[in-house]
Design a protein around this ligand. Structure first.
Ligand code: ADP
Ligand code: CDP
Length: 206
């Protein structure tokens, strides 16, 4: 069984996926971390974020690997753990450009499809492109202000700066990704984390 949880930036995808995965006793798969890792490798190498050939060489040569665990995903480049470096403001800013490269998307999709199932997969196009035959699909939303307030607890910037950056990234991502028509859309604004997890668990097929 595959459950997909897509949604806009900071809508709660990874926290909710982790809770749903733990309740089901399966891992969750955070696809965004692979795009973030691709952006980090490009930034560290001084490659242009639009240079598909250069980014693909970095991906192929780095031994990049996603370790999906129910309590939190980790990303490795060979023996180096990248996870703590993937949520910086510079990666936030650069990631949509790298994620718009078709070759990078194909590379990430292949990594995800090779993972042992079952799992909960979260990102932007899990229910549309990567796992269109998933048994249950969800799409999380919340207003930009609510999402910025939540993310402000994790980032050094103030709420208006975070809200502006989130809105810009939503716009960049919207050009390449749209929600699955068969996904249940959940506005997480009025709910707490446990509330969103319960809505999803109660909507799962037997
Ligand atoms: P995403 O994976 O979509 O970027 P996260 O899971 O990282 O989102 O959530 C962003 C922040 O918002 C986290 O600190 C998380 O604990 C918090 N959060 C997520 N969903 C809710 C919710 N429904 N109510 C309150 N806080 C939430
Ligand atoms: O947690 P947040 O929503 O802020 O970001 P994320 O899920 O880690 O995704 C980071 C970026 O990766 C997004 O802004 C997209 O540009 C890209 N992404 C994507 O294109 N497709 C996915 N399935 C997941 C992420």
């Amino acid at each position: 069984m595959i459950v997909t949880i897509d949604g806009v930036a900071a809508s709660g995808k990874s926290s909710v996926s982790s809770g749903v995965a733990r309740a089901l006793g399966v891992p969750y798969v955070s696809s965004g971390l692979l795009y973030r890792a691709a952006a980090l490798l490009a930034l560290e190498a001084g490659a242009a974020l639009e240079d598909e050939a250069a980014v693909l060489v970095l991906l192929e040569g780095s031994g990049l690997r996603l370790e999906p665990l129910a309590e939190g995903n980790r990303v490795w480049a060979g023996g180096r753990e990248l996870t703590p470096d993937l949520h910086s403001t510079r990666v936030d800013k650069g990631v949509s450009a790298v994620a718009s490269l078709p070759g990078v998307r194909a590379w990430v999709d292949a990594q995800l499809r090779a993972l042992p199932q079952p799992f909960v997969a979260e990102g932007r196009d899990m229910g549309t492109n990567v796992f269109p035959h998933a048994q249950a699909k969800f799409y999380l939303t919340a207003s930009p202000r609510v999402r910025a307030e939540r993310r402000a607890r994790e980032r050094p910037e103030d709420i208006p700066a975070i809200e502006a950056a989130l809105t810009k990234r939503d716009e960049a991502d919207r050009r390449q990704i749209s929600p699955a028509v068969d996904a249940l859309v959940i506005d997480t604004g009025p709910l707490d984390l446990q509330g969103v997890i319960e809505v999803i668990l109660s909507a799962l097929p037997e």
